[in-house]
Design a protein. Sequence first.
Lengths: 444, 444, 444, 444
Amino acid sequence: MLYFIRDSKYKDVWDAWIMFLAIVAGIEIPLRLVLQYPESNFVFAMDLVLTLFFTLDVLINLIPVASGNEAHLPKKHPLNLKYVKTWFTVDFIAAFPFGWFLTGLPLDATHGVKAIRLIRLTRLLKLAKMVPLIRKWRDVLNLNPSVFRMLLFFFLIFFAAHWIACGWIALDTAPLKDDLVRTYLQAIYWVFTTMTTVGYGDITPTSNIQIIYAMFVMIVGVGTYGYVIANLANFLGNIDTAKIDFSKKMAIVNAFLAYRDIPPQLEKRIRAYYAYIWDNRLDHDEDEVIGDLPDSLKTEVALFLRKPLISKVPLFREASTDFHHEVVHHLNIHVYMPGDNVVVKGDTGDSMFFISKGNVAILDANNKETMAVLGEGSFFGETSLLRAQPRNATVRALEFCNIYSLDKLSFDRLLQRYPDFKTAIERISDAREHELTGEYKFPR
Amino acid sequence: MLYFIRDSKYKDVWDAWIMFLAIVAGIEIPLRLVLQYPESNFVFAMDLVLTLFFTLDVLINLIPVASGNEAHLPKKHPLNLKYVKTWFTVDFIAAFPFGWFLTGLPLDATHGVKAIRLIRLTRLLKLAKMVPLIRKWRDVLNLNPSVFRMLLFFFLIFFAAHWIACGWIALDTAPLKDDLVRTYLQAIYWVFTTMTTVGYGDITPTSNIQIIYAMFVMIVGVGTYGYVIANLANFLGNIDTAKIDFSKKMAIVNAFLAYRDIPPQLEKRIRAYYAYIWDNRLDHDEDEVIGDLPDSLKTEVALFLRKPLISKVPLFREASTDFHHEVVHHLNIHVYMPGDNVVVKGDTGDSMFFISKGNVAILDANNKETMAVLGEGSFFGETSLLRAQPRNATVRALEFCNIYSLDKLSFDRLLQRYPDFKTAIERISDAREHELTGEYKFPR
Amino acid sequence: MLYFIRDSKYKDVWDAWIMFLAIVAGIEIPLRLVLQYPESNFVFAMDLVLTLFFTLDVLINLIPVASGNEAHLPKKHPLNLKYVKTWFTVDFIAAFPFGWFLTGLPLDATHGVKAIRLIRLTRLLKLAKMVPLIRKWRDVLNLNPSVFRMLLFFFLIFFAAHWIACGWIALDTAPLKDDLVRTYLQAIYWVFTTMTTVGYGDITPTSNIQIIYAMFVMIVGVGTYGYVIANLANFLGNIDTAKIDFSKKMAIVNAFLAYRDIPPQLEKRIRAYYAYIWDNRLDHDEDEVIGDLPDSLKTEVALFLRKPLISKVPLFREASTDFHHEVVHHLNIHVYMPGDNVVVKGDTGDSMFFISKGNVAILDANNKETMAVLGEGSFFGETSLLRAQPRNATVRALEFCNIYSLDKLSFDRLLQRYPDFKTAIERISDAREHELTGEYKFPR
Amino acid sequence: MLYFIRDSKYKDVWDAWIMFLAIVAGIEIPLRLVLQYPESNFVFAMDLVLTLFFTLDVLINLIPVASGNEAHLPKKHPLNLKYVKTWFTVDFIAAFPFGWFLTGLPLDATHGVKAIRLIRLTRLLKLAKMVPLIRKWRDVLNLNPSVFRMLLFFFLIFFAAHWIACGWIALDTAPLKDDLVRTYLQAIYWVFTTMTTVGYGDITPTSNIQIIYAMFVMIVGVGTYGYVIANLANFLGNIDTAKIDFSKKMAIVNAFLAYRDIPPQLEKRIRAYYAYIWDNRLDHDEDEVIGDLPDSLKTEVALFLRKPLISKVPLFREASTDFHHEVVHHLNIHVYMPGDNVVVKGDTGDSMFFISKGNVAILDANNKETMAVLGEGSFFGETSLLRAQPRNATVRALEFCNIYSLDKLSFDRLLQRYPDFKTAIERISDAREHELTGEYKFPR
């Protein structure tokens, strides 16, 4: 069964259970040490459970990991040597039931009980294992690192507060009151009053040792709390990095608009542009981020990002995978606002265009009348590239449009390498040429 | 009438009114719950008003938005389906007068009143609607986001403080005193004493539940307050981004001046230069900010920024709009300090200049005497471009001057495209050539 | 006399004196209002002095500024119109002795005195003038802006604390004790106890109005204090920007060294290099900072920075100012460590070198023996440029050397433009050629 | 002996000992001044030790430093003049036993003792020397500057707290209690209660002077403590700069992945790539960091970083040092993921490759079968460069591979300069050509 747990997904569940036990022990053991409540059946059961599962955990970890898919040559050892060298000692001490051995010794009642309680603190060593486990879970759960770190910090603060409170109770020279809940509550209340620097002063240290302890809590605890709170702002600020970068950019744009007294009408259009860019996730951050990835990953990311376009443009959809892999690196996105000219009649054409979103109008010779409207998946501008002619019509965006461009150099290389693509595009171009007298209907 | 409100600008006023009612309810309802003051006529009236307007708000929001100018194809539905799916439930619960139904039930006096008071907390759900409304207003009012966020935070802090104070009163085991104002004041005073970490200690928790509540306030409230204060610095710092960027630049310049022991005289002139740049908003941040705008917006911004120049230079003023649209992209601003040479006699000329601000002197052959002074709207240096000659005179700035340059490449392209511009500039240049013997008076 | 003050440097002294009076008034007037100490002769004298000087200040400011050196056309007005429109009203109210008029009115003793004291608060308006004055002084004194802002903040905090303390005394319902110093001290102590969030709790609000006041101080005062302290770190951090930038760079270098496990021996040399760079202020930040200055300032800065070199190299020292103005833009500094080769025999030479600091050795054909040592002000490498030959000897740095290089392109241009320079350098080069058989002694 | 200490490594030990004495004096002297405990033998001995060692320190520092290896011309002075001008006065006053002289004067018991105690405060001047010493140690110990500054700050905070506590005791008007430990503990406890803004209020100022002192501690002490805590976050954040930079990069990548909804499968591979990059320290930060180092250091760093490759590739290992020095600047590292094609059959080859880590497969003509596997130290792709042919086979990475590339230009230059290298590589290439029919086994 141990082998089964070791090699399966249940290892995570097992680790979580061990961690839960360690946390319970981390809370209960120091509490009993200072509050000295009697050793009830529950406590005895807990000790048994801890010994059992901590021991099982040692055994499970001693089993070497089965060779995964990465390793070519599985080298079998009877034991997980890495574990023996690192965590074994700590786990073993945490698992060993020292208390049971002490019970057998001829100790008098008072000191014996205290010694047993003290020796049980060895269990807390198990908590040290939280660090590697938590790191592992962070990677597995793929949590936002900031959120994760915040949770971790809060957890640590509460644990620290609990231990400090136990220490405060232990240092109190007055005999323990019967109301243990009250005693503990007042101690933890004092800890938080001090750590948050509220310092009501209704509970203050009296003995010298308490004064020293209080100073220690003030210096360390207050600092830690302040540090956590100071970082909280940082954490909250890093939850949505993309949004923050955009906000910063907008702050610069806003400052520019105000600084140069840009008229409200123009300002509104500039804002509308950026709002569209943000809503459609069209920030030009792609190259910056994927620039240092290896070629294979770059291609995959580019393919994924241009997939909507490829699936819309019949010319692309029917092409080979090799063609897809090549074309994606040469398509650059542009955003046009309503009324913007994508292509102006008479200009020399150095690229062709594929509409990913929105509608454009092909205007007549006087740039007045709309001769045709092209929608998603349509393309235009290929004639100039094929025949080295100037643009034969102006194309104007009717609304916000996402249009991919393909420059002449890449176009020519694609034509050369992929004869199918050449045939297809020439066929369509010829058809268009003939239709120019009749109704201007583009194949999509 | 509902349709009228829905589709008009009065919707904003209506939303503001609903928000005001929600805020009043958010303050009064928890207060009455804990202070248990008698159900006066005012309270009854308020409940009636809340029910009425919250219900009307549900009805208004159920009406679909009339098709605006963006949508080509208005798809009429009898109901605003998006609203039904999102805010409807929340709004309905907030509007429903649960209290009236409870009044009818056979409850005894004490519990009945308390239940009615508790059930009225459902009204507070309406406050959740603040978030989308506030976002909408931010965009409408075009408020500085930092100022806005600061206001919002302060508002939230005060609301939170009010609710925490109500909770503190509710947990107080001592019977309520007659002086309700005093009771409330002491509670909110305790909240602020704790949240600001002042912690006088004149009011401290006594019962266990109060101790736990106080700890909760310390952990959350203190953190929140600290977070707000920590962000305040950030907020204040971001109000004038342009100024801050300039300050940072000046800090670097100052560090450089100190680090290299630049003599005071030179230092003063460098400072004077930057002061002039700042006062005249001449930071070279234009390209950086508008670099990624679409061409149409870029042109409009450039046109706006160079409007003062265009209106001053007769050559530009009389040109066509097309010319304006093109020329603005090729004019680059330069600042000259008093005594700086804009053009040196004998140098090869690769650009011409348009004076936007200030006066320049044209010097004689020995660079000693001033032959002529050119002011705002004048231009010079065109002869070198037209005839490919070296500069025929030195031009020196008499004061701080803003001068736009137009390089040879752009100049030639403009000459080629705009024959009117060519004619005009050649005519002036010839005139100048002839006048060189007589008094040197430039046409403006 | 007023004219004299207006137009001279004494205006600053006058402004400082007025400011001092305003500060004294700002402290004393609210203090007397709340502590109600009797109107002694000192107080009467002070009031007289305030009225007198504040009135004089109004008169002085009404005089228009005499036309300075910038203005071509002094436009004389009998009054400083800008002042009349802006600060005049405020200054006039602050100067007007309202109290004296009230004294004449038939008011009973108690209310009259109080009214007089209240009306005197109008004097505090004068403090508003601190803002423009302080700004002016900052520019005049050329203080570090961070240091300056810190001083200003501390000043404001103390002023605010004083006024809050006066408010606290005013709200105290208990009759004033005889010990006014003690009363004031306790009030200001309470303010700082609250503002720093220490909150001992030995002085706490009792009446409702005091509770509200205390809350107000907590919310605003605590926030302000926290803001100042939070900014303090920022202030302190910005005092020496150059050092901080260097520290950041070193942090990156250190991280790199640790990250790549660079061996200690190499690490030490890298550190030594940076230490030398820092000690000699050789950070390559020059272009970045002065890059956007106008040409004239750029030249002056470059001239200043290379002055030590020019004064050391006889070839430069004896050249014309024009030559200096041109050469400084083409000289680039390089640092060589002991043992580094500046020039390797047989390499094609594309620049010549001028030694600004340190000694270099010219090695023999086998790069073993030192044939000659060149020191500060010497130059070498010109032969390769003049005759287009490869380097005829290896030159090695004997210690840390600052060497300026002049590339071939700039060298040729200088030769062409400055025949004197050409003659001089050719003469020296020829001389060296002949000496190569004998002792290798370079002219300096 | 003094000379011996001066010129040896023992100077550091000596300085440390002097510093230890200064710290002990800095703690004990103010403590005795306020607690007025009797002048025991220990105190007398301490005074003797301080006088002795501080005097010796003056003498040692007066000895000039022996000429080190940097100085060519040691200029012997009998005294260290720099020391005489700077620290001598301070050190002398700190060393001079003023107390002994006062003992001889006819002072009455009370005032005499007090004067002696006060005069001993001159010893504290020695503490000022900590600043230069600490700076020196920082450079010697090569400590992380952040860790160092944190330690220094904590040290200063504790020192300041001690002195403030002594001041508090001195201002206490009540007669000193017998329990001096308690007295001191309560004072230092009050200091920390105030500085951390906890402010319990169990110890509060009573006299006017104490109130003023408490205000001073609040304003300065609280600010200082807050400053230290605020910087703590900064310090902790700068301990591992490389890690932080990588985290920031990953945050940007993560934001991009989330923002564009990259599918999990692809996301996982991208993460795997970055994890590999981080684990193998392959961040492309090399050029950025070492870019401005002098050539000699750049070469050494590059040599060190490529040493593992050079030692693995026989072709390199056997080459001359000159060749190593040149080749390292032309080798660029690339990372390939499992399945990535390093070279594609038919492509034109513009570089050759050296495997530093991992295995690659040479595929057959159909890119299906593996013809050979190349491991660490192998190279490939040289045939295309030597014969200007297209790639004759596809090479695919079998796992994560670190492969260095050498581009054609550098390759040709190396061939030309190093005939041995040319011979070796041509021999291997020919051998491979012949083997292509038989088993494809590459020489390594």
